[in-house]
Design a binder for this molecule. Structure first.
Ligand code: ATP
Length: 447
């Protein structure tokens, strides 16, 4: 369906001319010459885009904006301001206009901006559809916290750039994978979403997983196999823990990022893929570069579009909404009736630092839903150590027996404690602690 554009301008000659040009460009145009006319038109049909002059015979367009935004929150408004009136342009954007045009309005500029607004609307519509198709587990809650909202805004701006890689930085469990999937949805869910965790595979296997291999490339390669770079063609390739990528492969990845070209292991043919690479790490890549473990050129290439995802403790406003939505989702999974939080639990959620971020929040809630039978969750596990002593010993509390002890031993005890909390799942424990698997084993005293 064509985009419906309402043009509100009291200059009838200009309005008629602009309407003709916009119609030639495929827009369905209605014109109005006053706020009164505009209201009447809005009563008949909702527009997708409104081009609104500020100086109208019966008022200022900018004063009409709030009314328009309340009634039609999805409509994009382009405000027309006086020539060189930057203050008014800023005011317009603050009041919720999508964009502004200054007088005298160039018709080409008008068409371009109207098209851009229409494309944005279509993108949002596709996003809404794609989001509703995503599994609940990967649904991203609209953040309230400004730091997270800024990260998402950045993501939205870069989502449609065709090939530039994106680097997601943030502690373990902050939602890097969720965000990578969100980017895929922002691209209309085109093509597959392919996830590879560079830390979970032995270095020797990462190359063939990523780039594929030809028959006979190595002892076990009985048949040729496509790599994930090929599989993700047209979609998104999520390279988790990119900081763990072996040095030799870093160069190969850089070539792929620059040229979209690669060779399978043991192959000679140059292959191509349009996969958009989203790389993530919880390591300090600056330090990895300084210490010679990560190629500087690859770091620069990846950081062109870099999104920093703040830890949960720096977006407190989001803790409670996230907790509520996770409880709803988990209760459905566990077949339990939805429950709320006791006032004490809300206080605990508000104060707890969440070193394991959203993953830890999710785990705590899942555990509570299984173990707590009451009408509201208490979340005792979040009680800071040494605070109002719990009546029964807290099974989650980490207590070092008979201190003082050497630091390494305390570390080992803590690593074991976390492993116990996660029911012996080693990979998960390593992730929750933000350690690579080999480091985890070392701390555990098993390497
Ligand atoms: N904004 C969010 N809304 C809902 N769930 C979230 C959100 N952020 C994270 N989660 C949940 O928290 C858990 C961890 O998220 P995710 O795996 O994306 O983190 P990560 O940053 O990729 O972690 P790691 O660095 O350890 O790989 C998942 O269960 C995910 O569903």
């Amino acid at each position: 369906m064509s985009t419906h554009l309402l043009l509100v301008d009291d200059d009838r000659t200009f309005a008629a001319l602009a309407a003709t040009v916009l119609r030639q460009e495929g827009f369905r145009v209605t014109t109005a010459h006053s706020l009164h006319d505009a209201r009447a038109s809005l009563g008949r049909e909702a527009p997708d885009v409104v081009v609104l002059d500020r100086r109208l015979p019966d008022g200022d367009g900018i004063d009409f904006l709030p009314e328009l935004r309340t009634q039609f929150p999805d409509t994009a408004v382009l405000l027309v301001t006086a020539h060189g009136d930057i203050a008014s342009a800023v005011e317009a954007i603050k009041a919720g206009a999508r964009d502004y045009l200054s007088k005298p309005v160039e018709l080409d500029d008008l068409v371009l901006r109207a098209r851009r607004a229409a494309a944005d609307l279509q993108l949002h519509e596709r996003l809404r559809q794609a989001e509703s198709q995503l599994e609940g587990r990967h649904r991203l809650l609209r953040p309230r916290a400004p730091a997270m909202a800024a990260a998402l805004q950045m993501l939205e701006r870069i989502a449609t750039a065709p090939r530039s890689p994106v680097l997601l930085l943030g502690e373990t469990g902050v939602g890097k994978e969720v965000i990578a999937r969100h980017l895929h949805a922002l691209r209309g869910g085109q093509g597959p979403f392919v996830h590879i965790n560079c830390a979970a595979l032995p270095a020797t296997m990462v190359e063939s997983e990523l780039f594929g291999h030809e028959r006979g490339a190595f002892t076990d390669a009985r048949s040729a196999r496509r790599g994930l770079v090929e599989v993700a063609n047209g979609g998104v390739l999520f390279l988790d823990e990119v900081g763990e990528l072996p040095a030799g492969l870093q160069a190969k990845l850089l070539t792929f990022l620059d040229q979209g070209a690669f060779r399978r292991l043991g192959g000679t043919a140059e292959l191509h893929s349009t996969a958009r690479v989203v790389a993530a790490t919880n390591r300090d890549l600056n330090r990895e570069v300084a210490e010679g473990r990560f190629r500087e050129d690859l770091y620069f290439r990846l950081s062109v579009f870099r999104v920093d995802i703040p830890p949960l403790r720096e977006r407190r406003e989001d803790v409670l909404p996230l907790a509520e939505s996770l409880v709803a989702e988990l209760s459905a999974e566990l077949g339990r009736r939805p429950v709320g939080f006791s006032p004490a639990a809300v206080k605990r959620l508000e104060r707890y630092p969440f070193p394991g971020n959203v993953r830890e929040l999710r785990n705590v809630l899942e555990r509570a839903l299984v173990l707590e039978a009451g009408p509201a969750l208490e979340l005792q596990a979040l009680e800071p150590r040494g605070d109002a002593a719990p009546t029964a010993p807290d099974p989650n509390a980490f207590v070092v027996p008979g201190s003082p002890r050497p630091l390494e031993e305390v570390e080992r005890l803590y690593v074991r404690h976390v492993l116990g909390l996660l029911e012996g799942k080693r990979m998960e424990a390593a992730r929750a602690l933000g350690l690579s698997y080999p480091t985890f084993l070392k701390r555990l005293g098993e390497d």
